[in-house]
Design a protein around this ligand. Structure first.
Ligand SMILES: [Fe+2]
Length: 267
């Protein structure tokens, strides 16, 4: 990579993709907070993918592909919200698969990927990264290169989830009341997952505050050192751990969580 022509071409692809993404989302109601939130999230994730890809030393073309994965990963969210008015895949539809369907189509319907990526060289890579971006674990039968793009996207997505959780009232994200949130306790299995330093399985979360601990646990899933650095530098994760509870047990749990995180920040 690197001669001017190729650089120019990549700039054009990027600008066009951005425009087309804006055109796509313009068909949805941006006055709806859930829709607006996902549009903002998308641009953040695309930028974060680029930053991670650059830090780990990928070439310009691969950086563009990583950025593209970020731009397109949640394209299915808009339709999910329009149809079901929820982000909960369990209560509606697998939004990652919906993104894949919109981009790559199915037997009856051609996908929209060509509107964003003129050549099909990276289709499989983009498909894989988006398909598994919200999976609890990656499948084992993917190549090292596929895994790398999956990890970049998954890291970027998690980093921005910390921001979203701070900027959106938790009552709205978790469909709960302030009172419930402030009085809730942390389910022991959820806390155990945190101490085992991995993400919390969806099925274990029972109380509103379990979601907060679940989101904090995402820190341990970050693959690349640069991702941990960005997460800490942005400060949203730290603020998540400062969750204010009226329940003495929960207050104690969060003090321990802050302590545990502090000792794990050697990145
Ligand atoms: Fe997603």
């Amino acid at each position: 990579m690197g001669n001017d022509m190729e650089k120019e071409q990549m700039t054009t692809i990027r600008q066009q993709a951005k425009r087309r993404f804006a055109d796509y989302t313009a068909h949805y109601d941006m006055a709806q907070p859930k829709i607006a939130l996902k549009a903002v999230h998308t641009y953040h994730v695309a930028e974060l993918c680029e930053r991670i890809a650059r830090d780990i030393g990928l070439n310009e073309e691969d950086i563009l592909v990583a950025w593209m994965c970020g731009l397109l990963h949640d394209i299915g969210r808009f339709e999910q919200i329009r149809r079901f008015n929820t982000f909960s895949d369990a209560d509606s539809i697998d939004h990652a698969l919906l993104s894949i369907q919109i981009l790559f189509g199915d037997e009856e319907q051609a996908g929209r990927i060509r509107e964003f990526m003129p050549e099909d060289d990276y289709d499989e890579l983009i498909d894989t990264a988006i398909r598994y971006h919200s999976a609890y674990r990656l499948p084992e039968n993917i190549s090292e290169r596929q895994k790398m793009f999956c990890d970049i996207l998954r890291d970027a997505d998690k980093i921005d989830i910390f921001r979203v959780n701070l900027e959106t009232p938790m009552e709205d994200i978790y469909n709960t009341t302030t009172e419930e949130l402030r009085n809730a306790t942390v389910t022991p299995e959820v806390l155990q997952a945190f101490y085992e330093h991995h993400a919390v399985l969806r099925s274990l979360k029972k109380t509103p505050v379990d979601h907060v601990v679940g989101h904090i646990s995402l820190f341990y899933e970050l693959v690349y050192p640069i991702s941990k650095r960005i997460a800490l530098e942005q400060g949203y994760l730290g603020r998540l751990t400062e969750f204010v509870s009226d329940n003495p047990d929960t207050q104690q749990v969060f003090a321990q969580i802050r302590n545990e995180l502090r000792t794990g920040q050697d990145v």
